[in-house]
Write a protein that binds this ligand. Structure first.
Ligand code: 26M
Length: 822
């Protein structure tokens, strides 16, 4: 007989109450007197984790036995948020657990608040990875997430005197009940050193990477439960650890203290998430993180492959590796190195295997976000990889010359190594050459990649580029975040929509049902009131519950144009000042989001919002017609409070620069109407919900290009538009910042002389469309219909659809269904 529960037939007999009590007493060593709310959260999470363990083991065992083709999702970021509520929903155990806890005198909703967000990502890209994990598990795909277990996640944002201030996010301070340390899973990762050519007696040779400085990668695993399926997938996060103490050279020379202190150097590799999401500075530590992550992950993937296989030609048949942007692209030369130097395969064969294994997703066309590594830095840390990259490039360019073009200008654009005084490794070019699929994240974005960013690559590899439009998980973003809306929908169409979002279509049948529409509005009002309380607590602002909740939450970047939104706010303010008795539709304009700590222009927009808020919110003429709210420290958890309460979703990037957006999908799925440009997935959202149910304004992507080509002069717009002029003059003359004169001078100069993101060009179109929004909001019945249509027609934007497309079009992996049992 086996002592393992996984080997036993009988169903689980543990009750959550018992396990909860056991963890309180035996794991946390607490009693009735000493127990805290945080203990309750921790013990409950362990009890919920316990309920996943057998499924988790069984899933991994099943994948091992059936040995299907697997997909590995490699991402430097996972913006997971809280895990407890999501686990309970996916296990279909939420209600039961709440009732059982109630009997023990605990309130689940209250306990949940003690969980610290797992904020191991910056924004869209990191949250997308988290949504995809949820869908991969729900679709029962043999999929594995890999990442870094940063000790510090995305910084905590405070607002001090209107300015953003960053604090370290030590998310592990109270421990983490979700991840488990795999004590025996450790890999050695090499850095620095040099390449030695080793010659055999027969004259053949190979390259050896020697005299390296090594670091250990230790594995922590997080369970990823699928929704109402038995599959529990795995997210493996690596933490850096110093190699054993006696290996330090200093130790041998007798400097014990120095040697132990040096441990710190290695362990800084997984210390902190880089907080920028658009601007890449070529920081050495960042490259170390990337290679640390890639090396450990590939060792793990290859170890698993070798359990069942000894023929390398099977590798691409059994393994697909999806690269989340260029951040893990050093995996391409790393696999080449392993195949050539360690496995002793020839170049052609190694390259054949490599280029059939990897696929790459591009997430941005913003030029300053394209990763390039200074060749010297790259070669110092990874000398052998630099040689391999050069050889990849040499062969690639040879090929191009033979089959495509020998034009120097074309070759320079295609080259993986940029020429010029400072040679750089272009990671996107390496990604395109070294993979079999390159995908954009929305139709327009893919089109721009093919025609504007990488046109020659697209001609060389016409079938390589494809589109998989992004999606969001309906479990977290509707079912968990908006329980009242979920109940209302389920009362009409049943619960299947949670795993098949296209079923929401059926609620169109109730658009003309006045009672249904009334309930729909009551749900929104309920959510709004929760947010009103939060705003009162956080910002001490009284918000009118009948006002339009007009919301822009996302990272701060000039291209996302929070500034355009502010210009609208000031325009409304001026209308009130001109006529304090004016009748206007009341609005609450809510902002949230973080700016990269070194991004001065974005930080000044935050300061401007807070300055405008101070004036507007305290002007007696304004009353409750207009309020401006900046909610600090926007996060996954805060998004879950804000989005369900919103009426209007601001998606106002300059056309051509927002690759997709995913917030846009979350808002529409929760019944907010969108005001947006023809950018990213907005275009596809419009296509789905119908043009009468969305507010589109502004220049098209091609028009932005044309405008700039013929010489854009923002000053002309300023001079010919009195309303715009007045707004700009107010900012320039310190109307909102009398105590800190001049602080917005750089911003104003930038707008007047350059306005790279066409704020002035789109101003009037935006104002006119906002006026239309206000008009339409007056007719609540019609607005409600539009809101229902948005939800009913949002099915396409489920991450289940997106992940199925990846599985079919790129990965060629199929579900592994677990039989019943536990
Ligand atoms: C790179 C180097 C060094 C430090 C940080 C980075 C870096 C980190 C995150 C660069 C870019 C990062 O993210 C980009 C991102 O989030 N892009 C967004 O991806 C979403 C998912 O596809 C899209 O919906 C958004 O439109 C896109 O902006």
């Amino acid at each position: 007989g086996s002592i393992f529960f996984t080997d036993k037939e009988e169903p689980e007999s543990f009750s959550i109450s018992n396990q909860f009590a056991e963890h309180l007493e035996f794991t946390l060593v607490k009693d009735r007197i000493t127990v805290t709310k945080d203990d309750a959260y921790y013990a409950l999470s362990l009890a919920v984790r316990d309920r996943m363990v057998r499924r988790w083991l069984r899933t991994q065992r099943e994948y091992h036995i059936k040995d299907p083709k697997r997909v590995y999702y490699l991402s430097l970021e996972y913006l997971m948020g809280r895990l407890l509520g999501n686990a309970l929903i996916n296990l279909d155990y939420y209600e039961e657990c709440r009732e059982l806890l109630k009997k023990d005198g605990y309130n689940l909703e209250e306990i949940k608040e003690y969980e610290h967000d797992m904020g191991l990502g910056n924004g869209g890209l990191g949250r997308l990875a988290a949504c995809y994990l949820d869908s991969m598990a729900t679709l029962q795909l043999p999929a594995f997430g890999y990442g870094i277990r940063y000790e510090y996640g995305i910084f905590a944002q405070e607002i001090e005197n209107g300015y953003q201030v960053e604090y370290a996010d030590y998310w592990l301070k109270n421990g983490n009940p979700w991840d488990i340390l795999r004590r025996s899973l450790q890999y050695r990762v090499k850095f620095y050193g040099r390449v030695e050519k080793k010659v055999y007696p027969d004259g053949t040779y190979y390259f050896d990477w020697v005299d390296t400085d090594d670091v250990l990668a230790v594995a922590y695993d997080v369970p990823v439960p699928g929704y109402k399926v038995k599959n529990v997938n795995n997210l493996r996060l690596w933490q850096a650890k110093a190699v054993s103490d006696f290996e330090f050279s200093e130790f041998n020379r007798g400097d014990y203290v120095e040697a132990v202190a040096k441990k710190n150097d290695s362990e800084t590799i997984s210390k902190v998430l880089y907080p920028n999401d658009t601007y890449v500075e070529g920081k050495f530590l960042r490259l170390k993180q990337q290679y640390f992550f890639v090396s450990a992950t590939l060792q793990d993937i290859i170890r698993k492959f070798k359990i069942n296989h000894d023929n390398w030609e099977d590798f691409p048949e059994k393994v697909c590796i999806q690269l989340n942007d260029t951040h893990p692209v050093v995996a391409i030369p790393e696999l080449m190195r392993i195949l050539i130097d360690q496995e002793r395969l020839g170049w052609e064969k190694a390259w054949y295997i490599t280029t059939r294994t990897f696929a790459y997703t591009n997430h941005t066309v913003v030029p300053e976000a394209l990763e390039e590594w200074n060749e010297k830095i790259f070669g110092e840390l990874l000398p052998r990889h630099l040689q391999i990259v050069y050889e990849i490039n040499r062969r690639f360019l040879e090929d191009v010359k033979k089959n495509y073009s020998a034009d120097e200008a074309v070759l320079e654009k295609l080259s993986i190594i940029s020429s010029g005084p400072e040679k750089r490794v272009r990671m996107a070019n390496l990604a395109i050459v070294g993979t079999f699929a390159v995908n954009g994240v929305a139709e327009l974005h893919t089109h721009i990649l093919k025609t504007r960013i990488f046109p020659d690559f697209n001609k060389i590899y016409p079938k390589k580029f494809l589109c998989v439009t992004n999606g969001i998980t309906p479990r977290r973003w509707i079912r968990a975040a908006n329980p009242e809306l979920s109940k209302l929908i389920t009362s009409k169409i049943g619960e299947e929509w949670v795993r098949d979002l296209s079923q929401l279509k059926q609620i169109e049948n109730f658009v003309d049902d006045a009672a249904f529409r009334k309930k729909w509005r009551e749900v929104k009002m309920h959510n709004r009131r929760l947010l009103i309380d939060y705003i009162k607590n956080e910002n001490n602002i009284d918000v009118n519950p009948d006002s339009i909740f007009d919301v822009q939450v996302k990272r701060f970047h000039e291209y996302k144009r929070q500034l355009l939104n502010v210009l609208h706010v000031i325009t409304l303010y001026n209308r009130i000042k001109d006529n304090p008795k004016i009748k206007m539709v009341p609005r609450t304009v809510i902002f949230g989001g973080k700016a990269a700590p070194a991004y001065y222009a974005a930080k000044m927009v935050i300061k401007l919002i807070n300055s405008v808020a101070d004036v507007v919110n305290n002007d007696p003429d304004v009353g409750d017609k207009l309020k401006v709210v900046f909610l600090k420290n926007y996060s996954v958890t805060l998004a879950e409070k804000i989005i369900p309460a919103s009426d209007l979703s601001e998606q106002i990037s300059v056309a051509g620069l927002e690759a997709s957006g995913t917030g846009n999908m979350k808002f529409a799925a929760n019944g907010a109407l969108t005001i947006g440009t023809m950018d990213g997935a907005n275009i596809e959202i419009r296509e789905e919900v119908g043009e009468e149910n969305i507010f589109i304004f502004g220049l098209l992507a091609e028009e932005v290009v044309e405008l700039k080509a013929k010489g854009y002069n923002p000053r002309k717009y300023y001079e010919s538009n009195p309303s715009l002029k007045r707004v700009i003059d107010m900012i320039a003359s310190n109307y909102f910042n009398p105590k800190e004169p001049g602080i917005f001078n750089d911003m104003i100069n930038g707008l007047m002389n350059v306005d790279y993101y066409c704020v002035f060009a789109d101003y009037q179109s935006y104002i006119d469309t906002q006026d239309k929004v206000a008009q339409e909001f007056l007719n609540q019945e019609e607005w409600t219909k539009k809101s229902i249509y948005n939800v009913a027609r949002i099915g396409k934007f489920s991450s289940d659809r997106a992940v199925s497309e990846y599985a079919k079009k790129i990965w060629n992996v199929k579900p592994v269904k677990l039989n019943n049992g536990n």
